[in-house]
Design a protein around this ligand. Structure first.
Ligand SMILES: Nc1nc2c(ncn2[C@@H]2O[C@H](COP(=O)(O)OP(=O)(O)OP(=O)(O)O)[C@@H](O)[C@H]2O)c(=O)[nH]1
Ligand SMILES: [Mg+2]
Length: 451
């Protein structure tokens, strides 16, 4: 899977990873090669452009870490951006079947995309792993033997399949399937629909009707990853006309390029939830951005090396900050550093996720209006101060505040708010000095929040 893309990207990095110095010209050459590799992998042009622009920006702005070469740093940056491109929220990638039973999953897609196979694969997964009682039903009344195909799939997996009654309409089968799932208390109902050669009006109308009748908690598009950008365009149409909750990419086992996988999320706005990796009924995997980025850019050793070096850097910074706090001194530069660190750790949400027992402060933090965007504004305000003002915030009188406000493009109220926060922080720091380091650990964030 994705071998050709992987080989090309690895080739780009083999050339630069050991370099001690990377000049802008070297970076440009590498970026050009990355760009070609991505385009050849059939990643959509707009994504390739923004991807390379982000890499450039991050590579130029990256902190210099002594123990890591610039080449290694770039590998890490590309790796992280690949993840960002592939990733969706965790809550989004999980199958939403925690609804009143039966949870219904509607499978849609073009002819031969792998709907019937994937319906079976999902049923098997839910039955085996999640211990759910699953009912499969085929709404494909057009292709002869389509319903028998699903029946055989069910038999192989020991999953129940709705009985076949001749001459029923799609509407009738849907109603019967929902009724059966309810009365026989199945946990999950999977509806396998008929495919069409193209996206056409009757197909869309039929799927819309089924969706209305069955009220599914998941509407999954099954699409062949080998078709590259076509897969993405198909997904876009289905999203616009039907509304999807997620995408299943099939035939990823044969897809050397990976363009569909890389473009899908940003272009359709919908998460890839699963990928099919073969014809066998257990050849399905949950789509895991991290793991896939690792497969595309097979340089896990470098990535973990850089991560380790970064964490040391953070530790050094944190230690010097702690020392500073112990001394009771805290100026605007320190506040800026803290805001930077917060941002690095994934913003407030990231920090809160990391700290145990933080949940009870969540409300307070939210009320204080400290969101991630605000952090950027605050940094802009601090950077609009002179060196002296940053060292001695007491200097900030009305006219200086006005100058800073217009320099940062923020309102004077925001300056005052930041100063108030600064004062609270510096009070907390003084308090900590009294408590000593141990007290600080005990007082924790509560003390910092002015409790
Ligand atoms: N290699 C590979 N083959 C797959 C995968 N998923 C499905 N197939 C194969 O693709 C073919 C078509 O699969 P189906 O599940 O019948 O496709 P469908 O979307 O239900 O087709 P229609 O009902 O005709 O629209 C079958 O031969 C499957 O074995 C996959 O992930 N990898
Ligand atoms: Mg089918």
């Amino acid at each position: 899977m994705f071998q050709s893309l992987s080989t090309k990207l690895t080739g780009v990095f083999d050339k630069i990873r050991g370099r001690g110095v990377i000049r802008d010209a070297d970076l440009d050459v590498a970026l050009r090669e990355i760009r070609v590799a991505l385009l050849e992998a059939d990643v959509s042009l707009s994504i390739v452009k923004s991807f390379c622009a982000t890499i450039k920006e991050k590579a130029q702005g990256a902190d210099v870490i002594k123990s890591v070469s610039p080449g290694q740093m770039i590998v890490k940056i590309v790796h992280d951006e690949l993840i960002a491109l592939l990733k969706s929220d965790e809550a989004e990638t999980e199958l939403n079947i925690n609804v009143s039973t039966p949870a219904t999953i509607l499978m849609v897609g073009l002819q031969g995309a792998g709907k019937t196979t994937t319906s079976g694969k999902l049923a098997g997964l839910l039955q085996k792993k999640n211990k759910k009682r699953v009912l499969l039903a085929s709404l494909d009344i057009y292709r002869p033997a389509a319903r028998e195909q699903l029946k055989r799939v069910g038999e192989q997996l020991s999953v129940d399949v709705l009985s076949i009654i001749d001459n029923e309409s799609v509407e009738e089968i849907t109603k019967r399937a929902v009724h059966a799932a309810k009365t026989k208390s199945y946990d999950v109902l999977i509806l396998d629909t008929a495919g069409r050669l193209h996206i056409d009006e009757p197909l869309m109308q039929e799927v819309q009707l089924v969706k209305k009748l069955a009220n599914p908690s998941e509407t999954l598009l099954v699409v062949d990853s080998m078709t590259g950008q076509d897969a993405v365009n198909i997904a876009k149409s289905f999203e616009e006309q039907i509304g999807l909750t997620g995408i299943v990419l099939t035939r990823v086992d044969g897809d050397a390029r990976g363009g569909a996988a890389l473009s899908m999320r940003s272009i359709t706005g919908r998460p890839i939830k699963f990928m099919g990796l073969g014809e066998k009924l257990d050849a399905i995997e949950i789509f895991d951005a991290q793991r896939i980025a690792g497969r595309i850019l097979d340089m896990g050793d470098i990535v973990s090396l850089v991560e380790k070096a970064e964490s040391v850097l953070d530790k050094d910074e944190a230690e010097s900050m702690a020392k500073k706090m112990e001394s009771g001194k805290f100026d605007m530069n320190d506040l800026a550093k803290q805001i930077h660190q917060m941002k690095k750790m994934g913003g407030l949400a990231g920090v809160m996720g990391m700290l145990p027992g933080i949940a009870k402060f969540k409300d307070k933090i939210e009320k204080s209006g400290m969101n991630d965007k605000e952090m950027d504004y605050q940094l802009a305000i601090i950077y609009s101060m002179t060196k002296q003002e940053r060292r001695y915030p007491k200097l900030l009188n009305a006219s200086r505040k006005k100058r800073i406000a217009s320099g940062a493009g923020r309102s004077p109220q925001e300056i005052n708010k930041l100063l108030k926060q600064y004062e609270q922080m510096s009070k907390a720091v003084k308090k900590m000095k009294k408590m000593g380091m141990k007290g600080m650990m005990r007082g924790g964030l509560g003390a910092l929040m002015g409790r």
